[in-house]
Design a protein around this ligand. Sequence first.
Ligand code: NAD
Length: 489
Amino acid sequence: MDQTLVSDVVQEVMRRLNGGGTKFAGPKVGEDAPANDGITRHQNAPAGDGRFGVFADVNAAVNAATDSQKKLLKLTTGERDQIVKLIKATAKEKANEWGALEFAETKIGRLDHKIAKLNLLDLVPGVEFLKTSAFTGSNGVCLEEFAPFGVIGAITPVTHSVPTLTANAINMIAAGNSLVINPHPSGSNCAATAVREYNSRIARQFGIEHLICLINPPTLESADAIFAHRGVHLLVVTGGPAVAKAAMKSPKRAIVGGPGNPPVVVDETACMKNAAESIIAGASFDNNLLCTGEKQVFVVESVYDKLVAALQTAGAVQLTGPQIKQLTDKAIPVSPKDGKPHVNKDYVGRDAKVLAEAAGVSVPPTCPLLFGETDFDHPYVQEEQMMPFIPLIRCRNVDEAIDLAIESEHGFRHTAMIHSRNLDTITRFGQRAATTIFVVNGGSPAGLSVGGEGYLSFTIATPTGEGITTPLTFTRFRRVMITNSLRMV
Ligand code: NAD
């Protein structure tokens, strides 16, 4: 995207956020203040007034979503398809504006990639995934269909506020559901803006006002209220360890997209240029905020220097040991409370230039990624760091690389990458890692169909096993058996 255009968009959004301009119908962002529970909330965020899906109260939102879902069921599948296409077209039309809004509100990631994520939503599947199966025989006709759950409660992360809610809405509405979202408090205003726009367009064309409901301002209490509400039939949670655990304890069925810590293995047979370019593309995407993004690289000793050279040629900047230490002391410091390293949120999703400054190094603003050698126990290897610095761990051979890579993934079974031309090695790692997404000789975005094949979702259900979510994930399987009739042969 043209840099002048990008800065114009940011300036315009900032002007509107600060109260200037009259065209912007969305909420204003207020001051941020940390609440007692540690979550930052917007003090002046507009309380949901119940128009076009934005509610302050969970009960009102669930009632509205229930009513809207009943109306959705009266539409044909073709009309549902049109709603899905309307959402996708709106996300594309608003990508520049909403990408800038999300970037200004959350202050993490990269503006160009926030915009890209909204433009990619075409890759999310729709009603075409709902195929009826039929079996016929001398005893009659058996039909198997995919029916909606009803109202789905969704929790979305700050790392991709509008993209996650949009992909969830596409998948869930295609399957005949409505949804009530509790967004992350630090990304709730951009989410409310998008929800208002989607619903007002859906209402105009289809007469349904609240298919996508959102709580603003969201709190932990509103999340709990959604978890407990009798009118919510299914939970879908996208987030880190705490919320994943909370959802899995809920008595309601929960589909959980949990945390990851994706390793990369590079062996002596790999194409170093492709490996380096893929690692940079994945680990620098939105400053490594994606749960699928490359977080640590295990490289066989004999090709270590070649990979370093290829990374440098492709634009990444190497840090020395002391520079990595200086960065780590600030970005993942050891807490005096428990003596353990904790990720400092001030560095999550920040530009490589900001991390470099923390390390005492100056790099150009265009630098996509920093890297450097660490040992296996280093916090940048063990923590889900979500920053554009990637540690390289030198391994004696590919077996050691595979062992350490699997250990560093902490059993999340989320995502892993390998660069190798050896089919036995690729198979061995793939089988043992047992990750939901396994990318061979490509960057992590390919695993989400960006530069790969398949389809996209921003909710990858890992601990609960549904995988990259689709409309089918949000359906109930139903069989109709018609005995001794309707058979035409
Ligand atoms: P987060 O866990 O801080 O927050 C996620 C959501 O959960 C937010 O809406 C937050 O308000 C809510 N939340 C947090 N604790 C809660 C609790 N105890 N009860 C109810 N709600 C609670 O995560 P984040 O910083 O917004 O996002 C990054 C994390 O999400 C990373 O761990 C990343 O790997 C993960 N993630 C996973 C996927 C996936 O599909 N598997 C996709 C994106 C992000």
